[in-house]
Design a protein around this ligand. Structure first.
Ligand code: GLA
Length: 652
């Protein structure tokens, strides 16, 4: 590296620090920032310039939807303390438009507030707008209502108006919300990402250019637009004239940056995703990545004058039912609730050994001393407690939709949760029952007795049924385990059932019960929608059932409560709520054995836990809070599926 580039580099990092201070002061003044047209992030030859001076983003990713709003600021302070000058976040469309045309930017979805807090903490922001995200998030961030019209599902991520019209409506609304927070208008957003890893999905340049134009029309004109793609697909996923960046994993920094340099000779280099860890699937071993080669990579990337975004700096949690699923090697693999990611800052916002190694490496490479590391959030144990109240899921069912054939949940206006298909059979019954279009996990009951579980992961969609009775009730309870969030398979991700045959003949006349459990909720649950069930007052003697119990905290009033990790070893498969907050899905196939419970969702006095458990049990479940998480418990399968991106990012 030449001395002049080195000099430029030092200046670039130093500027990050001082301009962050300027932004801080600015952010404290009026609520609406004044227009400051001289502010911009621009490509200048082989480097980026921020407000006229060389700038290298040293960024880390965290998703506001995966962190309770009350904890945003603490996580941002940790980002600064690791030496980051920038953060990146996706904007999940399904968080903000839970129903077509009804937008939500409040509570945990208050993106503008998250951006303001980042600015107040002296951080710039790279906004990964998409509208496709991936991110192990339900349906890659797409709202499930897109699938209400099956045609839209088939045109996702294409220039078909069936997809682009709703996408444009969303981007236009988002532009209104965050447009004023772009750097050119005095905000922290220095860059906005168009699509995501599109090169992995397709190569339709017309679609990409149309999307680009929609961004401009929506007002994303005061920050730097960019695309992000893995090394091997950058060309396919980039847009002429739009800044291109590259994603890669450990020990691929040279390959990744070389690929980008070949595509855009002489342009600034930026690693839009550098993966310090990885995510977990239910039933597969917990993923970790050692830090040593990462430190060498960081040194290499920054030494080459390239910017970097560590994906994830802090993974957080896919609360509620928002974890997505993978499609790897023709196999459906739902993701666990924890998105710890083996990231530098752990799921509970505590700095790990990896955090300190990164902090040190970044300080060395940039010559900038980061602020001191704030104290880690406290965690506590909660003594074991039993969920003594129970009520069968079959009690308090809502009014059914009556239909000749089974319908997918999207067709009846449902996005998440469970769906029950009930049919009265007459006469002795014998034959193979086949569930068509089962995209997840189903439990089949005859006269209330469980016949078996069918799991898409294991390619199961049928079982034999037999009944001599003159009449029998067939119940098929289907879980939406999380829509696939990447690959072309997302175009077929309707949930529930498309049809059922018995001994080769279609079964007709169904009652369909929609059981979304938490209609609009990601984190801001309106309460657990099970009161109707408990009101029925019948104690459950078997699963599927809701179980309710509580624990009491003696914390002094007004004092923050520490985090805990709920040990759910005693639960089969289902969902857990705490004080109305949907903590997430659980399943006894490992590797996740505890659920993260943010202290901000608990209080002094009584705290209520509700569990929906689908699987058989003969006793009331017993839970406890642990002071440390267990996300690496033994699993059903002993080997993990290969990284989705290995084929795309591995060395040629
Ligand atoms: C890709 C995607 C991300 C995420 C990672 C894996 O790089 O762009 O959204 O899915 O893979 O964690």
């Amino acid at each position: 590296m030449s001395t002049s580039l080195f000099g430029l580099r030092r200046a670039a990092f130093a500027l990050a620090c001082s301009s962050a201070l300027v932004l801080s002061a600015h952010a404290l003044s009026p609520a609406t920032p004044e227009p400051r047209p001289t502010q911009a992030l621009l490509v200048r030859g082989d480097h980026l310039e921020l407000n006229g001076k060389p700038f290298v983003p040293v960024s880390g990713e965290l998703h506001y939807a995966r962190i309770p709003r009350e904890d945003w600021r603490a996580r941002l302070k940790m980002a600064r303390a690791m030496g980051l000058n920038t953060i990146a976040t996706y904007v999940f469309w399904n968080v903000h438009e839970p129903e077509a045309g009804k937008f939500n930017f409040s509570g945990n979805a208050d993106l503008a507030e998250f951006l303001r807090e980042a600015q107040q903490e002296g951080l710039y922001v790279m906004l990964r707008v998409g509208p496709y995200s991936c991110a192990e998030w339900e349906f890659g961030g797409f709202p499930a209502w897109l699938l209400r019209d099956p045609k839209v599902g088939l045109t996702l991520r294409s220039d078909d108006p069936a997809f682009l019209v709703p996408a444009e409506r969303w981007l236009t609304r988002l532009g209104k919300e965050v447009g004023p927070l772009q750097i050119g208008r005095g905000g922290p957003v220095i860059a906005a990402q168009v699509e995501n890893e599109y090169g992995n999905f397709g190569g339709d340049a017309v679609y990409m250019e149309k999307l680009h134009q929609i961004f401009l029309k929506a007002g994303f004109t005061d920050s730097l637009l960019y695309t992000a793609n893995p090394s091997r697909t950058i060309a396919k996923g980039s847009i002429p004239g739009v800044f291109a960046t590259v994603n890669f994993g450990i020990s691929h920094a040279d390959v990744g940056l070389d690929a980008l340099a070949a595509l855009r000779p002489g342009a600034p280099l930026f690693a839009a995703e550098y993966w310090p860890g990885w995510f977990d699937h239910w039933g597969e071993p917990h993923q970790t990545r050692t830090v040593e080669p990462q430190i060498a990579d960081i040194k290499y990337i920054l030494g080459r004058g390239a910017g970097v975004n560590i994906y994830m700096f802090h993974g957080g949690t896919s609360f509620g039912m928002m974890a997505g699923s993978s499609w790897i090697g023709n196999k459906f693999l739902p993701d666990v609730t924890s998105y710890d990611y083996d990231a530098p800052l752990d799921e509970a916002g505590r700095p790990t050994a990896k955090f300190f190694a990164y902090r040190d490496a970044i300080a060395k490479a940039t010559g900038v001393t980061p602020p001191p590391v704030p104290p880690a959030p406290a965690s506590m144990a909660v003594p074991a407690f039993t969920l003594n109240d129970s009520v069968s899921l079959w009690k308090g069912l809502p009014k059914p939709v009556v239909s000749a054939t089974p319908k997918y949940m999207e067709e009846i206006g449902q996005s998440y949760g469970f769906i029950l298909y009930r049919k009265q059979l007459t006469g002795p019954t014998q034959g193979e029952l086949v569930l068509n279009g089962l995209n997840d996990y189903a439990l089949v009951y005859l006269n209330g007795r469980l016949l078996g579980a069918l799991d898409r992961t294991d390619k199961q969609d049928r079982l034999t049924i037999h009944s001599d009775a003159a009449a029998a009730q067939l119940d098929i309870l289907v879980e939406n385990s999380g829509r696939i969030n990447s690959t072309r398979e997302i175009r077929h991700e309707s949930k529930g059932l498309a049809g059922v045959t018995l001994a080769g003949k279609p079964l007709e006349d169904w009652s369909i019960y929609s059981l979304p459990m938490a209609p609009d909720s990601i984190i801001d649950a309106p309460g657990v929608p099970v009161e109707a069930h408990f009101a029925a007052g019948v104690k459950a003697d078997n699963a599927p059932a809701f179980y309710r119990g509580s624990f009491t905290l003696n914390a002094p009033k007004g004092k923050p409560v520490a985090d805990t990790f709920l040990d759910i070893a005693d639960i089969g498969k289902g969902v857990v709520w705490l004080n109305g907050h949907p903590l997430g899905r659980v399943w006894n196939v490992g590797p996740q054995r505890t659920l993260y419970v943010p202290g901000v969702w608990m209080h002094a006095g009584k705290n209520e836990v509700v569990v929906l458990d689908l699987l058989h049990r003969d006793h009331a479940p017993k839970l406890a809070g642990l002071a440390e998480p267990i996300i690496d418990a033994p699993t059903r399968r002993s080997t993990a599926a290969p990284d989705e991106n290995v084929g795309l990012n591995g060395k040629p």
